[in-house]
Structure formats: structure tokens, C-alpha cells
Design a binder for this molecule. Structure first.
Ligand code: WT7
Length: 658
């Protein structure tokens, strides 16, 4: 690896965002080898991909293996998209068999490292064997195409095997993040109607075993449709196994054949449901389908991560989130990549763990989140400085806007000043990255995800639906359909249409505020709805509020986000108590644990304020905007004429000064 540095050029510009930062051009060496090696090449392909999106996406899709070729690239009748109709495809065959049956057979697909330090390398041939075996296990136990299977696993290779085995037989997986609690599992079981569960005895996190099976058992006390639970033996801790229903993964696999012919499914066959938070009500079951989703994740991995056979790629996300689906399982494997998968915490045994792993496995492409980077900055430079990070050639960021301080640290301390950073904007709903630098072409500027990917017609509109001029804030929309877009909210087409396609007729609204600078770079500001972004994870204020009011002491609750150095946003909860209950540190603690129990530890409020009243309109609607101003700037600047009871604000101001 050469030490050629990309040169920052300070730009004197009136664009206020850009003025904060320098522009980093990709090095000549990187550009020379890249698929898209200059901005002119990007502009040319982007222009033609927008003029003829079906031509661009059709040719990307043809790089995959179709059992029957598609006859039409797109049928679009808003909000219904059908991509690659007439085509038959098996997603798992594309991710596994295609490589296992060619020169990549003995190439590492997954280099796994457990938190305790155990390692396992799985080649494409071995992955093929395991996926076929587990597909046969599922079939033998009666799981069929379109059945829903809930997956609740630690970050171990079996999680990917389970997902791919479902895909292989056309079953629809629903991965639930291992940090979620039993009630979150129950909600998802009920909403999806799942009939099988794949889990583990536990996983390792910060030196401890985190049990998983008890939360599944708890959820199943109130849900009876599950016929079987498959349990991976990862940690060896004791779990209760119900006869006939609960089956050990290794016992089932021991007798399963490794022969399985992948059947081709319709391109629009459902692939998975993944729940994500919205501004109201319960989490939404975002549905993704087969051919389009795979085309989107495959193509973005190829161009944005510039994946090559000689690369070692590592995405530090969890398979419980969309990033794990698209950029650990489907995208990289569809590209035949070699990747590192890690089970545990970034600071186990200390904050050098990631850097040690990069050195050991010679990682060349590294994809992580700003919240992790900020935690590393706080931990100190001595950790990365201890390790040889010269194998890295490309860095990525996802989950929230990356603040310039974190960007510069990542660029210098991790990337040695030589690696482009792709700041990738996308969502659970978009399935794949929509806005990002193309690393050999785009000049990176800290804080902007830069330009749309090929075929993506992104724009920023004002309330009236007009395009905003440069540097004016508006709503981010996507004006043309793209293959990996969500097809529906599972079981709720009306909510799907209302949430994403009703602000502007025919256009997808992302729910993010953004502005463009004069050069056309997109600066994402953040969510416009009542959705928080805590450590890059989406949490609905409504979900946390409903967990709080489910506690016997709570009469009413309002939740807002406030800025937080490490997490991006922290959760602040305002709570009024029922008569007979008194505010205390003990109750505060109890409420925090209660939210942890209902949703999961990530949703626990950072601050809880007990208040006799909440600011409301005369019609009784809580005005969260005022609470947000209070926790963010400590005072109220906006209009309060709609307030029912002005004294509430004075009380809250005193409360916050404490
Ligand atoms: C929301 C989507 C995309 C996978 C992880 C999160 C925010 C995501 C960026 C970025 C600024 C970003 C947006 C978006 N977001 N990436 N590079 N720059 N903001 O997926 O849970 O569906 O959340 O995360 O607000 O709407 P998600």
C-alpha cells in the first residue's frame, strides 16, 4: 500500500456548510484502479442512468444469475413497484452457489472472530454446504416458501447461514436485533405471524454471556403459532428446551443432507421483513423483495465499496439492522467478497480491539458508524497507534451525519490520510445506499454524503413541492423508483402509502431534512419526524412513551431527543405520575429498567424529568417542540400562544436548571 495522501484543498466559499471543511480529492493511485475513476466518468454515467434508469438497472441486474431472465425491468404504479418482472431468481444461489461452484470455492467468505478470541474461517464451499444443510433442516420441519421465520441471534456466522437458508427456500426472515427484549419479539411475532424461530443459547458481549433463549421463551407464553425453535449452541450456558418444539441446531445439522437444488422465485418474491421505528404507533414491518433488493445491494457494494477479490471487507454493524442485511449478508456475498465478522463489543478487552483485528486480518475496506468513531476519539489515540493499519484503502460511515471532528480523526488516525471516506446515506426503507461518494471519483467533504448513486433521482423540496435553491433547507425526496426500495409495510399498504408517498404525489419522502450546496452535494440535517437517532439506531418517541405509560406509576409521558456527544442523540423523557406515586431516584431507575424490559437497553431514557404537567395545546396535543427546545437550548424561543397552561413552562424551566 502506498502512502500517497489525498490532498486537502481549502476552498474559500460562501457555502456556509462547506466553509467548515476542506475538500479531499481521491488519490491518483486510487482513481486509476477504481471502476469509476473521475468525476467526469461519474457525471456521464449518472446522467445516462437518470435519463434511462431502466437501462442502467437492467444491466446491473444482468450481472446476477437469473434462473429465468426477466422480461421487463420496471412496472411502476405509485406506490407499487415491480422490478425485473418475469424473472426467476434465487437470492442464496447468487450469494453462495455462484461462488462455491467457481474459482472462489476455496476463498474465505467469512472470517469470524468471537469476542473471547475464537476464530473460524468459512470458505464459499463451506458456506454453501451449511446453507444447503440448514435449508434442508427447515424443509424437514415443515417451513415453506412465504412462511415467516424470526431470527434472534448474536453476531455469529450461523446468523448469516440462517438468513441465507430462509432465502434459499423462499421463506421470509425477520431478524430481530439481539438487544431487543421479549415484548419486542412478541410484537414482531404477532405482526408477522411467524411460525419458526432461530436463536442461540447466548452470545458474548463485554466479557459476559448475553442469554437469548429466555426472551424467546417469555414471548412464546403469549404466542402459540411457533412450531419449532432452532437453537445454536454458542456459549454453552444452560437453556431450557421444550421437548419436540425446541431443537439444537448442531443436532439437526448432523443428519441433514448438504444437497439442495435452489429453486428460482419470482423477482418480487418477499425476501425479508425488518421492523423499524416510525413517528407513530408500533414499529413498521418494512418488506423487501428478491431481485430488486439484491440488484441494489450488489451494485452499491461494487461501486461504492469498490469491492475486489483481493479485498478484506469489514462492516461492524449487527445483522439485526438493515446495514447488517445489506452490507454484511446480501451485498458483499453477492459480490463474492471476503469479509470479517465480529461478535462482540468494540472495547473488549479494550478500545484497541477493532484496530487489532484490522491488523491481523489485513482489512482493506472498513465500514462503521459515527457514534463508534466518537467513542474511539474519547478513548484516546494510543489505541489505534499501537497497530498497523496500512492494509486499509477505503473507509465508510453510516447511520447519521458524520461531524467534521469525527471525519478528520477517522481520516487521519485510521485511514492514515490516504483512504477516501464514503459517507453513505440510506435507510431501512431504501434497502441500499442512495447518496454517497464514489470513491475513485468524488471529492469528499466532511459532513456531506455528496451525490446520489446512479439511477437515484434525489431532490430537496419546500412545502409547496418546489425544488429548494442551493443552501436552503427542505425535505429530501426521491423522484424515481429504484430496485431496492421497500415494497410495503407488512400488512398495512395504507400506512405505507401515507408514510412515504403522500407528502408529494408520486414521490418518495425520506423523512429527512437536507440541503444541497452549489455543487450539488447533499447535506443531511436529520429526521423531520418524531424519530430519534440514538447511536445510529432509530427509535420512535411514541414507542418509548407507550412503554413508559405502561408502567403503573405513570400517567403521561413525552419523549424528545437532545444532543449527545457520543450517541448523537440522547433520550429525554418528561413524565407525570399518577396520584399516589412520588418522584424518587428509585422510581426513576425503575422506569429506566422498565423501558429496557419492554423495548431493549438502547431505548432507556438518559434523562427522566418528573413534572406535574406537560405543555399541551388547547385540544390536548402534547407540544414536543417546546420540550425539545428546553432540553436543547434551555429556553423557549418559539411561539407559545397555542399553549393551554403557560405555568407548565415555568415549572419545566426550573426543573431543567436543577
Ligand atoms: C436514518 C435511517 C442506513 C442504515 C442505518 C440506519 C439517518 C443514515 C446517514 C448519513 C446522515 C444518515 C437518516 C435516515 N442516516 N445514514 N450517512 N448521513 N444521516 O438506518 O435505522 O433506517 O435510519 O438514519 O436520518 O433517515 P435506519
Amino acid at each position: 500500500m502506498s502512502s500517497a495522501k489525498s490532498k486537502p484543498t481549502k476552498k474559500q466559499t460562501s457555502d456556509h456548510s462547506a466553509a467548515l471543511s476542506a475538500t479531499y480529492k481521491p488519490s491518483a493511485e486510487f482513481s486509476k484502479k477504481a471502476r469509476i475513476g473521475s468525476m467526469a466518468a461519474y457525471e456521464k454515467l449518472y446522467k445516462s442512468s437518470i435519463e434511462k434508469p431502466e437501462k442502467f438497472w437492467g444491466s446491473e441486474a444482468k450481472e446476477l444469475h437469473w434462473q429465468k431472465p426477466f422480461s421487463k425491468v420496471l412496472e411502476w404504479k405509485c406506490p407499487d413497484a415491480k422490478w425485473f418482472t418475469g424473472g426467476k431468481i434465487n437470492v442464496a444461489e447468487n450469494c453462495v452457489d455462484r461462488h462455491a461452484k467457481g474459482p472462489r470455492a476455496n476463498k474465505a467468505a467469512i472470517i469470524f472472530e468471537g469476542e473471547p478470541g475464537d476464530t473460524r474461517t468459512i470458505t464459499y464451499a463451506q458456506l454453501h454446504r451449511e446453507v444447503c444443510q440448514f435449508a434442508n433442516v427447515l424443509l424437514k420441519r415443515g417451513v415453506k416458501a412465504k412462511d415467516r421465520v424470526l431470527i434472534y441471534m448474536p453476531m455469529i456466522p450461523e446468523a448469516a447461514v440462517a438468513m441465507l437458508a430462509c432465502a434459499r427456500i423462499g421463506a421470509v426472515h425477520n431478524v430481530v436485533f439481539g438487544g431487543f427484549a421479549s415484548e419486542a419479539i412478541l410484537d414482531r411475532l404477532e405482526d408477522s405471524g411467524a411460525t419458526a424461530i432461530i436463536t442461540a443459547d447466548g452470545g458474548w458481549r463485554r466479557g459476559k454471556i448475553i442469554p437469548l433463549k429466555p426472551a424467546v421463551d417469555e414471548a412464546l407464553k403469549k404466542y402459540s403459532k411457533v412450531k419449532n425453535i432452532f437453537v445454536v449452541n454458542r456459549t454453552g450456558n444452560e437453556v431450557s428446551m421444550k421437548a419436540k418444539r425446541d431443537l439444537w441446531w448442531h443436532e439437526e445439522m448432523a443428519s441433514a443432507s448438504a444437497k439442495h437444488e435452489p429453486k428460482g422465485f419470482d423477482s418480487e418474491h418477499p425476501l425479508f421483513i425488518l421492523y423499524t421505528s416510525g413517528s407513530t404507533g408500533k414499529p413498521k414491518g418494512i418488506l423487501h423483495t428478491s431481485g430488486g433488493y439484491l440488484t441494489g445491494t450488489y451494485s452499491t457494494c461494487k461501486y461504492i465499496f469498490d469491492m475486489r477479490d483481493e479485498d478484506v471487507y469489514w462492516c461492524t454493524a449487527d445483522v439485526g439492522w438493515i446495514t447488517g442485511h445489506s452490507y454484511i449478508v446480501y451485498g458483499p456475498l453477492a459480490n463474492g467478497a471476503t469479509q470479517v465478522m465480529y461478535e462482540g463489543a468494540p472495547n473488549q478487552p479494550d478500545f484497541g480491539r477493532f484496530w487489532k483485528m484490522i491488523e491481523q486480518h489485513r482489512v482493506s475496506i472498513f465500514y462503521t458508524a459515527p457514534t463508534a468513531i466518537r467513542a474511539f476519539i474519547k478513548a484516546g489515540d494510543e489505541f489505534p497507534e499501537k497497530y498497523d493499519l496500512s492494509s486499509l484503502r477505503l473507509l465508510g460511515s453510516v447511520g447519521e451525519p458524520i461531524n467534521p471532528e469525527a471525519w478528520h480523526w477517522y481520516h487521519e488516525k485510521i485511514g492514515g490520510g490516504r483512504c477516501p471516506i464514503v459517507d453513505t446515506w440510506w435507510q431501512t426503507e431504501t434497502g441500499a445506499i442512495l447518496i454517497s461518494p464514489i470513491p475513485g471519483a468524488t471529492s469528499c467533504i466532511p459532513g456531506t454524503a455528496t451525490r446520489p448513486f446512479f439511477g437515484i433521482d434525489a431532490a430537496i423540496l419546500d412545502d409547496a413541492g418546489n425544488e429548494c435553491p442551493p443552501n436552503v433547507d427542505g425535505r429530501l425526496v426521491i423522484r424515481k423508483p429504484w430496485p431496492s426500495m421497500t415494497r410495503t409495510i407488512y400488512g398495512d399498504k395504507a400506512r405505507f402509502k401515507k408514510t412515504y408517498f403522500s407528502d408529494y404525489p408520486g414521490l418518495y419522502t425520506a423523512g429527512d431534512g437536507a440541503r444541497r450546496d452549489k455543487k450539488g452535494n447533499f447535506w443531511i440535517i436529520g429526521r423531520l419526524d418524531d424519530v430519534l437517532n440514538v447511536s445510529g439506531h432509530r427509535l420512535g418517541t411514541a414507542e418509548i412513551e407507550s412503554a413508559l405509560v405502561a408502567h403503573p406509576a405513570v400517567a403521561e409521558a413525552a419523549v424528545v431527543g437532545r444532543p449527545h456527544d457520543l450517541k448523537g442523540q440522547a433520550v429525554a423523557a418528561f413524565v407525570t405520575l399518577k396520584i399516589g406515586y412520588e418522584a424518587s431516584a428509585q422510581l426513576e431507575n425503575e422506569l429506566r429498567n422498565h423501558v429496557g424490559h419492554v423495548i431493549g437497553a438502547i431505548a432507556k431514557p438518559d434523562d427522566i424529568y418528573f413534572t406535574p404537567g406537560l405543555p399541551k395545546t388547547r385540544s390536548g396535543k402534547i407540544i414536543r417542540r417546546l420540550l425539545k427546545e428546553l432540553v436543547t437550548i434551555g429556553t423557549i424561543s418559539g411561539n407559545i400562544t397555542t399553549l393551554d397552561d403557560i405555568t407548565v413552562i415555568d415549572h419545566l424551566k426550573i426543573l431543567l436548571k436543577k
